[in-house]
Design a protein around this ligand. Sequence first.
Ligand SMILES: Cc1cc2nc3c(=O)[nH]c(=O)nc-3n(C[C@H](O)[C@H](O)[C@H](O)COP(=O)(O)OP(=O)(O)OC[C@H]3O[C@@H](n4cnc5c(N)ncnc54)[C@H](O)[C@@H]3O)c2cc1C
Length: 512
Amino acid sequence: MPQRPIRNIIIVGGGTAGWLSACLLASHCKTEQGRGGTVTLIESPSIPTIGVGEGTWPTMRQSLKRIGLTETDFLRATTAGLKQGSRFIGWADGSADDHYDHPFSPPLDAHGFDPFALWCAMGAEQRPAFADFHHVQARLCAAGFGPKTPLQADYEGHLNYGYHLDAGAFASLLCQHGTTNLGIRHLRDDVLDVGLDEDGAIGHLICQQSGRVDGDFFVDCTGFSARLIGTALGVPFRDCNHILFADRAIAVQKPHATADAPLSCQTHATAQKAGWIWDIALKERRGLGHVYASDFLSDDEAQKILLEHAGMKEAEATPRLLKIKSGYRQSLWQKNCVAIGLSAGFFEPLEASALMLAELSAQALCALLPLDHGDLAIASRRYNQRFAHFWPAILKFLKLHYILSRRTEPFWLANRDAQSWPDDLAELLALWRDQPPLPDHLGAENEVFSYLSYRYVLYGMGFAAPRNPPRGQGAPARWQQMLDGLMGRMESTLPRHRDLINHVHRHGFQAI
Ligand SMILES: Cc1cc2nc3c(=O)[nH]c(=O)nc-3n(C[C@H](O)[C@H](O)[C@H](O)COP(=O)(O)OP(=O)(O)OC[C@H]3O[C@@H](n4cnc5c(N)ncnc54)[C@H](O)[C@@H]3O)c2cc1C
């Protein structure tokens, strides 16, 4: 029999991280293998959510399925588009045709071909773009195709995909679904104080309207304020601004010119003199944002660059300036509290990894949360061990995008100063001069960015092919023919992204 059971889970914060965690925990509690218990979410009526965070990973499909939302309901409510990866423009040297792709689908290898070996064997001048020689997804995106047909089941596709969504609408949908279907108790209240037990764990919260709220376990989803993990429990923040220099973002929204405007299926990340601009497409509008380092660029100039890029006049835009802090908590599970979302940490959204990490965190919490306080130390140790890999792994992968650049503005030169590189990045680059990124080079970190993602970025940015490449059979021309054949079949199967989204809004995912 548990001595001090953990039944009553309290989540503080009603942004995307809070509602995603609440829905995943509540649906886990309800399953047969689940642990039982109740989930309460407390959300301030006066502190706004961050309201950005619009690109997801393919992992989101599993999360939505797990909590029992249909893909049609999700796409309609969040006016989402589908995302098949990212296109990086101007990162290598800023020249007119400088771009590369990082699609969500891993490189193909079929019929005994090893395309990487064939790609390496070609002379540097003859090599096609790395992504184009390893998959057709980037070419399909460029041609405007979606990753699935309307006849495919929810969350299934011919190609791997995530979403571009409206963050506010997503949180509202999760709130409505979680409270109606998953039994989540919702309190709109401000947490004013946090009461600690004699052992330093959280015992209760003091809320403005509800007074004292007791709980057994607490999830901090209070965003950058980190009200529980930071203020109450005093877990230090590991600042990473000396590695990732961006500390500001300005975001704007731009409606599509017409209701039938083509919808891009990739995030476009365009390098700028002191940062980069994201551009994503939802059903009704584009979301754009300039991520930059204030040491190298003023807010006014950053806004001017963004509006010019978006083709918007100042009068028609409502820019939002956001201050961002790169870094993460030294411990993510402390006593009876886990931090998920921005309270746990944040890195600039170059690979849109924040929501993925929130999903992963909530799932790990479901798997580890014990029935009794007595077992918290074991669970927290395992959780912290696991996530201690992920944050530095993401940091390293993001920094890689900057250090391979040949751009010459001061921001980019500062990024190339090895003093600002995370620990083993220089070592890995040395390794990759001889051999390509391999699973053994990354170990547990592979769980977030695999060696294949490293290859997409490394060779997309123009890093030299390895001196000791794998040997492969077959002729590059034959492989190219196979890719072209696949491309043709996909083109005749897949709908345009815009048509797919319009279809879902009219008919849902079902036979026409
Ligand atoms: C510029 C930018 C771009 C981004 N782009 C992406 C992206 O493309 N993809 C991606 O995955 N992520 C992205 N992110 C990250 C993403 O926005 C967040 O991870 C996500 O929105 C989750 O935020 P959150 O729920 O942790 O915090 P918030 O949205 O800030 O929510 C905090 C919640 O806590 C509540 N709260 C705070 N204090 C109290 C209190 N005392 N009492 C009660 N309630 C309280 C607030 O009311 C609010 O409901 C981006 C972030 C930024 C800054």
